[in-house]
Design a protein around this ligand. Structure first.
Ligand code: SF4
Ligand code: SF4
Length: 158
């Protein structure tokens, strides 16, 4: 009984090995069919799928203006506290106080790339970028402020 099981196990292992080697042998003789990407050697030519989500970023125009009003809709939509909107009050042209974003704090290390914040933003201020090489030795580097220094709200965005 034991011997029979033993022989059956060995036969199963040999069969599995043969199937694997057959596949390896096939690609050894059919180089053109190999689709494995040679990352990171192909970094310069690497094209990611359009829908790939690498990190949340805030868009700025050439005048260093963004579209974030500091409404906190993205923060409320985020299921795991990845976003913290710090607000301030600006004085507008009429001399009135107006709430504005001071810092858009984004914890990349917590982000699941679910896209809910992007969908919640009423002004299209944020989007998904395709950057993906996020490894760092210091975890605190993964906490980012998405509005650039000295940037301001684009005129006409409410
Ligand atoms: S993509 Fe999802 S997890 Fe990441 S910040 Fe937006 S809502 Fe939060
Ligand atoms: S990114 Fe959009 S949703 Fe988030 S605070 Fe700014 S305007 Fe509001």
């Amino acid at each position: 009984m034991f011997l029979k099981e033993y022989i059956s196990d060995v036969a199963g292992a040999l069969k599995s090995l043969f199937i694997g080697m057959k596949r390896t042998g096939y690609y050894f003789t059919h180089h053109k069919e190999i689709i494995t990407e040679q990352y990171p050697d192909n970094r310069a030519t690497l094209v990611l799928p359009e829908r790939f989500r690498g990190e949340v970023v805030m868009t700025h125009n050439e005048n260093n203006e963004h579209r974030c009003t500091g409404c906190t809709a993205c923060e409320l939509a985020c299921p795991n506290g990845t976003i913290k909107i710090v607000t301030k009050f600006d004085i507008n042209a009429e001399g009135k106080k107006k709430k504005a974003v001071d810092k858009f704090v984004y914890h990349l290390e917590l982000c699941t790339m679910c896209n809910l914040c992007i969908q919640a933003c009423p002004t299209d201020a944020i989007k998904m970028a395709q950057t993906f090489e996020h490894s760092v030795y210091d975890r605190s580097l993964l906490t980012k402020v998405l509005n650039k220094p000295d940037s301001k709200l684009q005129e006409g965005v409410e």
